[in-house]
Design a protein around this ligand. Structure first.
Ligand code: PMV
Length: 361
């Protein structure tokens, strides 16, 4: 795959007057089977499956013009942001052989997120995939459309999004994506994610993800450090075996619309992720007292009402409450009346499964 895209890289002379502006919106995603632990160049230790969201997204615009040498600036919500810009610049330098045309480009990147600041929601999946879509869009203006339909090649977008930020690989597909090679799904790969849209029961396309903000503070352990801690974790081999088993069973549940198995695996995966961090060295407790309180109340509500709702967690204290659209009225009352009491200033974000990245310009 690498060679194919290396061979196709535009190595010609940039046409004079080559300039313009592209823009893409890309989404955050929430993993059900978690990616936690990596090897080599952003290769996951186990496959993962996620919902692509629709409200938590990054909108990125890139102005490009022919120049004598590579030039780059990055603005986040109107202000120059060298720290985040440095991450994109490093990605461009590391993968320069695939995009040699950037040597003759001045790029001005402007990005914003639709989700609030300090919501504790990681933006690297949405922002990196939005940037990669912009980069491939500029490239397509030099080499022609990458697919017969004229749209961008999502497999390629996923491959480079992975190199920019692991879980970003899953953000380029609508509804649900699978990243990581597994014998249980044909065409799956460690190098890029693939769409699961055609193999999921319609109920999962209606899912809501109500994100309950327990704390808006940034995470106390970066995901890079978290992945690295798996290297010395004595439970790592058991974890990877369990994740593979969960992939097999979740794929079957997604296809058959089996909500009980979905709930079981999703909650177990969230708690395993946190358990792994608790038994790392150094160890981290990323849940807060209100995270546990919310989990208890969700389970109690499920026992009492039999509503098929469940939770998952990212590497932080906020709770993602997942449920099908048929339960939305009931669950939203429950959130307003009960759960917001345990949220930071009562904050929550009403998100749901979405249609994937959109071209803005
Ligand atoms: O993509 P990264 O390196 O930020 O890692 C993401 C890790 C989790 O969000 C905790 C799990 C996942 O699969 O998204």
């Amino acid at each position: 795959m690498e060679n194919k895209w290396l061979n196709e890289a535009f190595k010609g002379e940039m046409p004079s007057g080559f300039q313009g502006k592209v823009g893409w919106a890309s989404l955050s995603n929430i993993a059900l089977v978690k990616y936690w632990g990596k090897k080599g160049k952003q290769i996951p230790q186990n496959p993962s499956i996620s919902f692509t969201l629709s409200e938590c997204r990054s909108e990125t615009f890139v102005e490009f013009e022919k120049a004598d040498r590579f030039g780059f600036s990055f603005f986040f919500e109107g202000k120059e942001n060298p720290a985040f810009g440095a991450k994109i610049e490093k990605f461009l330098m590391d993968n320069h052989a695939f995009f040699p045309f950037i040597n003759q480009q001045n790029l001005k990147v402007e990005s914003r997120n639709t989700f609030p600041h300090s919501s504790g929601i990681a933006s690297s999946a949405s922002s990196m995939s939005a940037f990669v879509m912009c980069l491939l869009d500029i490239e397509s203006k030099l080499v022609g459309p990458s697919t017969d339909s004229g749209s961008l090649d999502l497999c390629k977008a996923s491959y480079f999004s992975r190199l920019a930020s692991g879980s970003a690989a899953r953000s380029v597909f609508p509804k649900m994506a699978l990243w990581g090679a597994t014998p249980y799904y044909k065409g799956s790969s460690d190098e890029y994610a693939i769409s699961l849209s055609d193999d999921i029961h319609p109920v999962f396309k209606t899912y809501h993800d109500s994100i309950l903000i327990v704390s808006g503070k940034t995470k106390s352990v970066s995901s890079r450090a978290g992945h690295a801690l798996m290297e010395g974790n004595p439970y790592a081999p058991a974890r990877y075996a369990q994740a593979n088993e969960n992939i097999k069973n979740l794929l079957a549940a997604l296809k058959g619309g089996d909500l009980d198995t979905f709930i079981n695996i999703t909650e177990s995966e969230a708690l395993q992720l946190h358990a792994l961090m608790m038994c790392s060295n150094p160890s981290y407790i990323l849940m807060k007292p209100n995270t546990l309180r919310i989990i208890e109340i969700i389970r109690q509500f499920r026992d009492e009402t039999k509503a098929p709702l469940c939770f998952t967690l990212d590497a932080g204290p906020n709770v993602h409450l997942l449920y099908p659209d048929s339960e939305a009225t009931k669950v939203e009352h429950f959130i307003q009346d009960v759960l917001t009491n345990y949220c930071d200033q009562g904050r929550w974000i009403a998100d749901r499964v979405g249609d994937g990245p959109k071209k803005l310009l």
